[in-house]
Design a protein around this ligand. Structure first.
Ligand code: FAD
Length: 290
């Protein structure tokens, strides 16, 4: 049997879905339904993003509580930039107290025009070290990886070196920025393994159905939209149905290639929607048992 079609056969393969905090009670209620739908695929956890400098602290905490109430493990994202060490430890303790045992440890991005980053932790490796120093192995600590390299990186070797430093600080697994080039992922994993990294590096997947949104996100995070994909999406103009169908095919095919090539799981950037991620999961893993 094809192990990709049956995720339970490969217990080490993970599946997770990412959300961002909502701003209204209606948004929150809708998000609970979205997670209900995605839960059918048996994810290992749901994660929730957090704005650097604690800007969405309450929203992230509320989402994490909701996820735990739904009996699913929750992984808050924790960008450390702009936070003092004692604030971080306090937040970690709060997470531990409500039952969180995994998190995504990040530097975050310094909001322009602010004084953030002048004090406190500077890079994600320092956060990982702090988490391990204060909480031992309590938190499964996930870090970010960039198969197409971090937008601020001037060269690949340095970026890899800093990634290895983050892993050596105690990271338990990594999730990548999204990409549309499976070879970039395989190449990055090979390089990391050659440099001694043996933690799972899980590809981050973005299901899309809007060309303009995709361009906006990708410009922000440095992910490359290949020319063929850009031109093809562009050629559909306002034909939303065709964009959706094409994008689902492209992303599903890439997920299958990643899993067949040994990727240890998939992490979906859901953008708080169930439909696209669910459709891709159905195609890859089969429809969930009712
Ligand atoms: P780091 O690993 O610290 O690296 C940042 C940059 O500094 C890189 O260019 C690296 O090469 C360089 N660097 C690292 N260490 C050193 C060193 N010792 N000396 C010099 N240079 C160094 N952002 C949010 O604000 N909130 C979120 O919820 C969020 N979730 C994310 C989830 C995932 C899966 C991913 C992939 C990214 C997420 N981000 C989030 C974005 C992330 O915060 C940004 O990409 C940020 O710019 C880098 O964070 P990092 O943890 O990768 O940083």
């Amino acid at each position: 049997e094809n192990p990709i079609r049956n995720p339970t056969m490969t217990t080490s393969r993970s599946l997770s879905f990412e959300f961002f905090p909502t701003r209204t009670p209606e948004g929150r209620a809708k998000q609970i339904l979205v997670r209900q739908e995605l839960k059918q695929f048996n994810p290992q956890f749901f994660s929730c993003t957090s704005g650097a400098g604690g800007s969405t602290r309450e929203g992230t905490l509320q989402t994490v509580r909701d996820i735990l109430n739904e009996q699913t493990p929750a992984a808050p994202h924790l960008p450390c930039i702009g936070m003092l060490e004692n604030e971080i430890v306090e937040l970690l303790q709060q997470y531990k107290d409500i039952g969180v045992n995994r998190l995504i440890a990040l530097r975050g991005d310094i909001p322009s025009g602010t004084g953030f980053g002048m004090e406190g932790l500077r890079y994600a490796n320092e956060l990982v070290a702090l988490v391990k120093q204060k909480f031992g192995d309590h938190f499964h600590t996930i870090v970010a990886a960039y198969p197409e390299y971090h937008p601020q990186s001037q060269n690949a070797a340095d970026d890899l070196r800093y990634f290895v430093q983050k892993v050596n600080a105690g990271a338990d697994s990594a999730i990548t920025q999204y990409f549309f080039n499976a070879d970039a992922y395989f190449n990055f994993v090979d390089d990391a393994q050659r440099a001694g990294v043996d933690i799972p590096i899980i590809p981050g997947i973005i299901p899309v159905d809007s060309f303009t949104k995709l361009v906006r996100f990708s410009d922000m995070c440095g992910a490359e939209i290949p020319r063929w994909l850009r031109l093809k999406l562009y050629s559909y103009a306002d034909d939303a149905e065709s964009i959706r169908a094409f994008a689902l095919d492209v992303v599903t095919h890439m997920c299958e290639r990643l899993l067949q090539g040994g990727a240890p799981g998939l992490h979906f950037y859901t953008l708080n929607r169930a439909d696209l991620s669910a459709e891709i999961c159905k195609r890859i893993y089969g429809a969930p048992a009712k």
